[in-house]
Design a protein around this ligand. Structure first.
Ligand SMILES: [Zn+2]
Length: 439
C-alpha cells in the first residue's frame, strides 16, 4: 500500500463496538468516538485514504514479544533477522526482543548494535536486542551491561537465556547493576545440577519412557531464590517461560509482597503436555519441558488473573537436521511467532478465561512495559504510533509450516486446526502484512 492514509473501517478495537481508525503517515490520526460507535453511526470519512474493510475483525495494538531467538549472527541456517521479523509480522508482532544466545553472543555494545541495525533494515518489525548477563553466557563474569544500555540499541533486558545464571553472587551483582538504568534481568530458571542430562519433564511419563527427568523443583528453586534476591537488592527480575504450577505459586507470593517480579508463559506451555513425548517426536523437545495437564491449567489461570504478566513465544527455530533425529540428540525448542496468537485465542479467549482487551494487555502492553519499549504497547487512540494488528477471530485453519515465513519448520502444531488469523499488521502506519500475506 503506497498511500500514507489508511482507513480501517468497522474494526472492533480490543473486541469492543465497531469503530473506524484513520492512519495518517506513522500515526493514528483519528478514531470514531466510542459513544458514537455505540449509537451505531458516525463513521470517519475515507477521503483519499485506502480503505481496509474490517467488519467483524478485532483491532489490537501491535504485539510485542519479550523472548524471540532470531539466530543472527551465527546460525543463519535456522533464522535471520529478516526471516524472523517477517515471521513476527505474520504473527501480528510489531516488536520483538532478540535473545542474546547468538554466535558471537550478544554480550557487547558492538553485537547488540549490529542486531538492532539489522532489525531497522528489515523493516518488518522493530528488533530490541537482549544483552547477555555474563560474558559468553558462561555465568562467570558480568558482561558490559552499562555499555549495552548506553549503546544505540538502548538495551534494558538482560538474559543468559538458554542457560541459567545459577551463581547467586553473579545474579545479585547483575540485579544491582541494572538498577542504574532501569533494566531488568530475565532469568532462565534451571538449576543445572538438578537437570543434568534431562530429556523431558520428570514424572509419570518420564518414568514409563525411561527418559531422564527435568524436575519441577529445578525451575522453582531458582525462581524462589531470585525473587528473594530481587527483593533484597530492590531490583526488577523477570522470569522467563514459567512451566509449573509451583512456579506460579512462588511468583504469586512474591507479588503479594509487593516485589518487582514479572513472569511470562509460552503458548506451547498453555496447550501441550508431556503425554506428547510418548510419540518420541523431537518436535516436542523443548526447554523448559512440556509439563502435566495440572501445570497447563495452573498456567492458564495465572495468565488470566495477572500472576503471569505476559505471553512470550520463545520462538526457537532449528533446521530440520537438528530436529529430525533421535530424541536424545535433537535440539530443544520450537518456532512460535506465527502461531502464538492463535494458540492464545484457543486456550484463553475461546475458553472464556481472557477477553481481547486481556490479550492486548498480555501480548502488547505488559511486554512493552517490562522491556521499557517506547512506541509499542500503546492504546489504540488518536496521536499514538500506528502499530496495529487486525485479527479475524472467526477464521479456522490447519497449521501448515510449508507456508511459514520463518526459515525453520519445527512447529508442534502441524496438521492441527487453530482459530484466528492475522489479517493485517501495521508498523508505524506501513502495512507489513495485508490480507494475511506479507507485503
Ligand atoms: Zn529459556
Amino acid at each position: 500500500m503506497s498511500t500514507t492514509k489508511i482507513l480501517i473501517r468497522g474494526a472492533k478495537i480490543l473486541g469492543g463496538e465497531p469503530q473506524d481508525v484513520l492512519i495518517d503517515g506513522e500515526t493514528i490520526a483519528a478514531v470514531t468516538p466510542s459513544d458514537i460507535a455505540l449509537a451505531g453511526g458516525g463513521g470517519l470519512e475515507a477521503g483519499d485514504a485506502a480503505v481496509v474493510e474490517a467488519g467483524g475483525k478485532i483491532l489490537l495494538p501491535g504485539l510485542v514479544d519479550l523472548h524471540t531467538h532470531l539466530r543472527e549472527p551465527g546460525r543463519e541456517d535456522s533464522e535471520t533477522v529478516l526471516t524472523g521479523t517477517r515471521a513476527a509480522a505474520v504473527g501480528g508482532y510489531t516488536a520483538v526482543h532478540a535473545m542474546a544466545n547468538t554466535f558471537p553472543v550478544a554480550d557487547t555494545a558492538g553485537v547488540v548494535e549490529q542486531v538492532w541495525r539489522l532489525g531497522r533494515e528489515s523493516g518488518y518489525c522493530d528488533v530490541q536486542p537482549v544483552g547477555a548477563v555474563t560474558v559468553g553466557l558462561e555465568g562467570k563474569q558480568l558482561a558490559e551491561l552499562g555499555a549495552m544500555a548506553d549503546s544505540a540499541a538502548g538495551v534494558r533486558v538482560f538474559s543468559d537465556d538458554g542457560k541459567c545464571v545459577d551463581d547467586a553472587v553473579i545474579m545479585r551483582r547483575a540485579l544491582e547493576y541494572v538498577k542504574a538504568f532501569d533494566g531488568v534481568v530475565a532469568q532462565h530458571a534451571q538449576e543445572p545440577r538438578l537437570t543434568e542430562g534431562a530429556q523431558m519433564n520428570e514424572g509419570v511419563v518420564s518414568g514409563e519412557l525411561g527418559l531422564r527427568g527435568w524436575p519441577a523443583v529445578a525451575e522453582e528453586s531458582i525462581i524462589a531464590r531470585d525473587v528473594l534476591l530481587a527483593a533484597h537488592v530492590g531490583s526488577r527480575v523477570h522470569i522467563c517461560h514459567l512451566s509449573t504450577a509451583g512456579s506460579v505459586e512462588i511468583v504469586r507470593w512474591a507479588k503479594s509482597k509487593g516485589w518487582d517480579v514479572t513472569a511470562e508463559v509460552t503458548p506451547h506451555h498453555l496447550l501441550l503436555t508431556d503425554e506428547l513425548v510418548r510419540s518420541y517426536d523431537p518436535v516436542y523437545k523443548v526447554n523448559p519441558p512440556l509439563r502435566t495437564e495440572a501445570d497447563v491449567m495452573a498456567l492458564r489461570e495465572a495468565l488470566a488473573d495477572g500472576t503471569i504478566d505476559c505471553v512470550a513465544t520463545d520462538h526457537a527455530p532449528h533446521p530440520h537436521e537438528d530436529k529430525d533425529c533421535e530424541w536424545a540428540a535433537a535440539a530443544m525448542g520450537m518456532v512460535g511467532l506465527e502461531t502464538a496468537l492463535s494458540v492464545v485465542q484457543h486456550t484463553m479467549v475461546d475458553t472464556g478465561l481472557l477477553d481481547w482487551a486481556g490479550v492486548a494487555d498480555r501480548m502488547s502492553w505488559r511486554p512493552a512495559a517490562i522491556g521499557r519499549l517506547a512506541g509499542h504497547g500503546r492504546p489504540v487512540s488518536a496521536g499514538e504510533p500506528a502499530n496495529l494488528t487486525l485479527v479475524d477471530p472467526a477464521y479456522r485453519g490447519v497449521v501448515n509450516p510449508a507456508g511459514f515465513a520463518s526459515r525453520s519448520r519445527n512447529t508442534p502444531y502441524v496438521g492441527i486446526e487453530l482459530p484466528g488469523q492475522v489479517i493485517a499488521t501495521f508498523l508505524r502506519g506501513k502495512a507489513t502484512v495485508m490480507d494475511g500475506k506479507l507485503t
